[in-house]
Write a protein that binds this ligand. Structure first.
Ligand code: FES
Length: 229
């Protein structure tokens, strides 16, 4: 319930606070005096550092969000959650093959998925995580890469998986395999890399490297912005 001053009650680590409605969870916690130096990065919904679990009064169901995106609700109960150290396979991308067996060899847990769909229900980006895990199991790497494109690696899917899958790392592997071996080559990118390697931009880059910060900022603000097509 919002009071006449536009304030709502929330609970952080079991303590009640009044905060202005409309704040994000992140800014509300700062309003309450918490100094957030970990579990926070871009503040724009991209880096995935601020994965948050909360619940609401009289509703036993846990809810999931990115703290920099989700606005506070009356009687929201917030706690800090630990980082989930999901397993990340170590590999040399150049030595891999873009095949399902490769994904399974690095992430054999994939086969343990029994379709509970917790990963999808948890995803704050509302992505079909379980579906692209089954694409990974079938070896459809392009499909995994496409469907997981908006993943911000927050790790909430892995946090809720009873089988211990590291969905976001599995999808990252597939995106890397797709980018390295399956995506069509971009001719203009190849041309630009060749130009860079031939030293065409050396003088310009050196000029930028030695420029003072204020001048760099001025140039950045005045840059030509690519037209939107
Ligand atoms: S701080 Fe980067 S996604 Fe929230």
């Amino acid at each position: 319930m919002t009071d006449q001053n536009g304030m709502i009650d929330i609970h952080v680590m079991g303590k009640q606070y009044k905060v202005p409605e409309g704040l994000t969870i992140l800014t509300a916690m700062e309003y309450c005096g918490y100094r957030i130096t970990r579990g926070c990065g871009c503040r724009a919904g991209f880096c995935g550092a601020c994965a948050t679990i909360y619940n609401l009064k009289d509703d036993p169901q846990l809810k999931y969000a990115l703290a920099c995106q989700k606005t506070v609700e009356p009687d929201m109960y917030l706690v800090q959650i630990p980082f989930f150290p999901a397993r990340k396979a170590i590999y040399d991308l150049e030595k891999l093959h873009p095949e399902g067996e490769q994904v399974l060899a690095l992430y054999p847990d994939l086969i343990k998925c029994f379709g509970c769909n917790n990963c999808t229900k948890t995803c704050p980006q509302e992505m079909e995580v379980m579906w692209y895990m089954s694409d990974a199991l079938r070896g459809d790497i392009m499909e995994v890469a496409n469907k997981s494109f908006d993943c911000v690696m927050c790790g909430l899917c892995a946090a809720r998986c009873p089988q211990g899958l590291a969905h976001y790392n599995i999808a990252l592997l597939c995106r890397r395999l797709y980018g390295r071996f399956l995506a069509p080559n971009s001719q203009h990118l190849d041309d630009r890399i060749a130009e860079i390697e031939a030293g065409r931009y050396d003088a310009e880059l050196e000029k930028l490297r030695t420029m003072d910060g204020a001048e760099l900022r001025r140039l950045y603000a005045q840059r030509d912005i690519e037209p939107a097509y």
